[in-house]
Ligand binder design. Sequence first.
Ligand SMILES: Cc1cc2nc3c(=O)[nH]c(=O)nc-3n(C[C@H](O)[C@H](O)[C@H](O)COP(=O)(O)OP(=O)(O)OC[C@H]3O[C@@H](n4cnc5c(N)ncnc54)[C@H](O)[C@@H]3O)c2cc1C
Ligand code: FES
Ligand code: FES
Length: 508
Amino acid sequence: MKVRFSLNGEPCEAEAPPTRTLLDWLRETRGLTGTKEGCNEGDCGACTVMVTDESGARALNACILFLPQIEGAAIRTVEGLSGPDGQMHPVQREMITHHGSQCGFCTPGIAVSLAVAHLNGRRDHDAVLSGNLCRCTGYAPIVRAAEAAEEAEVPDWMRDAPVGGEARHGGATEPGREGGIGRGTDWGEAAPALGTGASDEGDPGEASGGYRPRSADELAGWYLRHPDAVLVGGATDVGLWVTKGLRDLGTVAFLNGCADLARIEEVPGGLRFGAGVTMTRVMEALAAPLPSYAAMIARYGSVQVRNAATIGGNIANGSPIGDNPPALIALGATLHLRRGDEMRDLAIEDFFLDYGRQDRREGEFVTGVTVPVEAPTFRVWKISKRFDQDISAVCGAFLLDLRGAGGADNLRDPREGGDPPLIAGARVAFGGMAGVPKRAAAVEAALAGQPFTRATMAAAAARLGEDFTPMSDMRASAAYRLEAAAGLLTRYHADLTGAETDVRRITA
Ligand SMILES: Cc1cc2nc3c(=O)[nH]c(=O)nc-3n(C[C@H](O)[C@H](O)[C@H](O)COP(=O)(O)OP(=O)(O)OC[C@H]3O[C@@H](n4cnc5c(N)ncnc54)[C@H](O)[C@@H]3O)c2cc1C
Ligand code: FES
Ligand code: FES
């Protein structure tokens, strides 16, 4: 498959099998060995590169990025951080001044992550470094280097533009500003996407094994004819099938060229996310209406992972420990599916049939999900061993309909006395507690019709064993999972009645 992009400021064309990773191509074809291979599975950030399209610049892990995903983008590796005359980038200079490197293996990836953040005006350096593992220097000198570089001007050579387009750079100060390769970039007339139907003889994808549709319409017809093809969203799951599973994926379709699958639309009472919307953009969109959901996503993988991973991929993979499904189930989200010209909507809780089995027919794909956002009593919490870059042991999501005295808008501290509100209805869902993410029916029954008190929550928590028989694995024991889930019900009451439940006390 032919792919066109720019590399460190120079136009570039690559011809490679569709599942060739950018990391392998850089190192083996171009000799650009500054980009390191550490884990080869998206965890360590040693392979971080800067990818720019019309939505701006972002850090991505090259080890799980297939070449067709960067069609039309501008790539900058660590070799491209310094200027044409060898001038150092400000973050490189400050990394030296502040002794930010010891063995140096992580350093190229860290320099690229810091340079992208510097370009985008981000100053939340801890969050920026969430996907860059340094085992020997320690983060304090690295953060000091990032701080020291804050006021330095962005070097001109860092302002890449995608092939045939213009990039949007700078001015962002809020965390999570970066977009994602699934952002629905239209590369413009000047840069027809190679690897789309136009580039192959006959049926697109036949010749090269890879297809890059430009719209859901194109994908729908093609996928009906190729129902065994692997769909690739952000490749944060599929990438590992190749790099770790050493699988030959056969025919593959890359969805990040489908602009219509990458939209976020306002609909009455909610937001409709296209399947290709990245987790970074989901986090941004939900920050105001559902802050608890956005805070949970801030713990989803790392910056690099969130910049690639799509909400559609996270749902479609059917994982029992995916972080979106419990939240979406508790909120009563609607999943949108398409097979050829046939569309259907489904309550998302009905999509997950059994471990590894979803209600998805041959040739059918996820087009999006509509999320109700008017839910002030919604909360979701992820429990995992590490703050960043860790998979949930348990993820619990809660939405109670509170009526009567106080109501949902005016919940009192229970110590002040008075009648607690009544729980008119409950939606409670957990991930990590069964083979699928699912609602806790017995817990919900124990809550409905009861006063919203701590005793009610405890009585409901006692019924978790009727809903779930969790397993013990390397993340948590079954007993821990049940206890943690019960704890989240207590936390929900405490949080809604005004107690401080965020126990993090991280100070630099
Ligand atoms: C380092 C790392 C950290 C991670 N951390 C987390 C985490 O904290 N929480 C979490 O939940 N997950 C995590 N993941 C898993 C992964 O990021 C998510 O599941 C992600 O959302 C998958 O999205 P994607 O777009 O990358 O999917 P892909 O890898 O592209 O695809 C995943 C699956 O969905 C299918 N698919 C993709 N799009 C569609 C579609 N539109 N219709 C039908 N099928 C489709 C693919 O064929 C494949 O089967 C992590 C992964 C890595 C590598
Ligand atoms: S090599 Fe570890 S994230 Fe890519
Ligand atoms: S300097 Fe050795 S891993 Fe960071």
